[in-house]
Ligand binder design. Structure first.
Ligand code: TMP
Length: 203
């Protein structure tokens, strides 16, 4: 089973992915926990280029995320799924559609087509979208005290556009997406996610 977590920066994806991993391990499932960009060795170099260097042209940015994804799918995700493992990734193609498509105004369809080419059609069985307004997400990020990366330095309007795009994507594919209100407590959010995952596992 292949599961992705999505949402704007600061909504709590990693915390929820960690808890879901623990739940699945408790059910004796082998879990591969990964992320984009940077889920492979090549990807870790691409991540540095994308997040910790200077300006990246919008089209070059879309291509670098797609390159990271192509390599990640081919060398990490597909092999793990073939071995019967559950793969949980922090971000996948919807991040590109929302951030590069809506945030950068490249066009959601073009960016999606690029990613679909990169992943050769491998879509998650479930995509958990943690939904939160951009101002609250920015405030949560500020509390962590971590230095913002290149994307995180974008304005609140950028994240509002990204959030709106995510919600449109979820509305268009209700079978794949589970939208959870990220204002709920960590436990309440996890309970909704586990309910859906358990249903998919036929429990
Ligand atoms: P994160 O790993 O801390 O979430 O950081 C990754 C950043 O990259 C985050 O700001 C979202 C952004 N991103 C894109 O813009 N497009 C993509 O396709 C992906 C995977 C991430």
């Amino acid at each position: 089973m292949f599961i992705s977590f999505e949402g704007i920066d600061g909504v709590g994806k990693s915390t929820q992915a960690d808890l879901l991993e623990a739940h699945l391990v408790g059910l004796s499932r082998e879990v591969v926990r990964t992320l984009e960009p940077g889920g492979s060795e090549l990807g870790r170099d691409i991540r540095k280029l994308l997040l910790h260097r200077g300006h990246v042209d919008a089209r070059a940015e879309a291509l670098l995320y797609a390159a990271d994804r192509a390599h990640h799918v081919a060398t990490v995700i597909r092999p793990a799924l073939a071995e019967g493992k559950v793969v949980i990734t922090d971000r996948y193609l919807d991040s590109s559609v929302a951030y590069q498509g809506a945030g950068r105004i490249l066009g959601a369809t073009e960016v999606r087509d690029l990613s679909m080419w990169a992943i050769q059609g491998l879509l998650p069985a479930l995509t958990v979208l943690l939904d939160l307004d951009a101002a609250s997400a920015v405030a949560r990020r500020a509390k962590t005290g971590d230095a913002p990366d290149r994307l995180e330095r974008e304005k609140v309007e950028f994240f509002e556009a990204v959030r709106a795009c995510y919600l449109e994507l979820a509305a268009a594919e209700p079978d794949r997406f589970l939208v959870v209100d990220a204002r709920l407590s960590v436990d309440e959010i996890q309970a909704q996610i586990r309910a859906r995952v358990d249903e998919l596992l036929g429990r």
